[in-house]
Design a protein around this ligand. Structure first.
Ligand SMILES: C[S@@+](CC[C@H](N)C(=O)[O-])C[C@H]1O[C@@H](n2cnc3c(N)ncnc32)[C@H](O)[C@@H]1O
Length: 253
């Protein structure tokens, strides 16, 4: 069944809009392949078949679709309308809403929620995290679990101080990345070229914040979450590059 995309409110964070097409085509395959078994083991195994699951920052929806295919009733929210437009194609059975994770409001409650691929590193500060945690908690049924992953500082130091490029038939993407240890902010300045008869250029910046673990846990508690459990991605079985210095947080409403 194909569902329609809702827009729950005016959204400010659209830094992924210009990235959406390249992301949809080329990003995250390895991550998704390694993350799905972790989400299944830590989160989905606790749910009844057909349970209602919320994908927070669902992006282009390939992961959303994987969870839908496992038989769950999945809804996704993301701040980027362009990312959600691809999600509507990739996850046609999911209920999708363009909304900021810090302030969204859906008219239903879920048996579980997850946010993967370090999406919450895009939230700039502790206050923002607190807003996300409060908004997610508001949408969960009592005792429902919430799982998310965050990159730790060694990952920023290793992966966010590089220059990289992707060259494909109809997309070229150059990434210049800097991580500032003072502010704990990583900036990825991207230049993309895409071929739509002629080559079109876009320049934009995507930022992530390296949250302190004590801020994350403090904000979780302040939002009302409990049973906070941390799992290193390597210990959870993520053996590739994406597993380096990444923590999965599993909490209960
Ligand atoms: C690295 S992508 C991950 C997307 C998806 N979870 C996946 O696994 O492919 C991060 C996503 O977070 C979204 N995002 C960033 N800040 C957001 C916010 N404040 N509210 C909602 N979505 C946000 C971006 O638009 C982007 O789609």
């Amino acid at each position: 069944m194909k569902r329609t995309v809702r827009k729950s409110e005016p959204v400010r964070n659209t830094e992924y809009d210009p990235f959406a097409r390249v992301y949809n085509r080329h990003w995250g395959k390895d991550y998704r392949a390694e993350a799905l078994p972790i989400v299944e083991k830590l989160l989905l195994s606790r749910l009844a078949p057909g349970a209602a699951v919320l994908d927070v920052c669902c992006g282009t929806g390939q992961f959303t679709q994987s969870v839908t295919t496992l038989g769950y009733d999945v809804a996704g929210i993301d701040a980027s309308g362009e990312m959600i437009a691809f999600a509507a194609q990739n996850a046609p059975g999911a209920a999708l809403t363009v909304a900021d994770a810090r302030s969204f409001s859906l008219d239903r409650k879920f048996d579980a929620a997850y946010s993967v691929f370090e999406s919450l590193n895009h939230i700039p500060d502790r206050q923002g995290l607190l807003s996300v945690f409060r908004a997610v908690r508001k949408h969960l049924k009592p005792r429902a679990p919430f799982l998310f992953d965050l990159n730790r500082e060694p990952a920023f130091i290793l992966y966010w101080n590089t220059v990289d490029a992707l060259v494909a038939e109809e997309d070229v993407c150059v990434l210049r990345m800097d991580y500032d240890e003072q502010t704990r902010v990583g900036a990825c300045r991207m230049t993309t070229f895409r071929k739509d008869r002629v080559w079109e250029r876009d320049d934009f910046t995507i930022r992530q914040t390296c949250h302190e673990d004590y801020d994350v846990q403090d904000a979780l508690r302040e939002a009302g979450f409990r049973d906070i459990a941390l799992c290193d991605a390597r210990d959870a079985g993520m053996e590739g590059d994406a597993g380096y210095a990444r923590t999965f947080y599993l909490v209960t409403r």
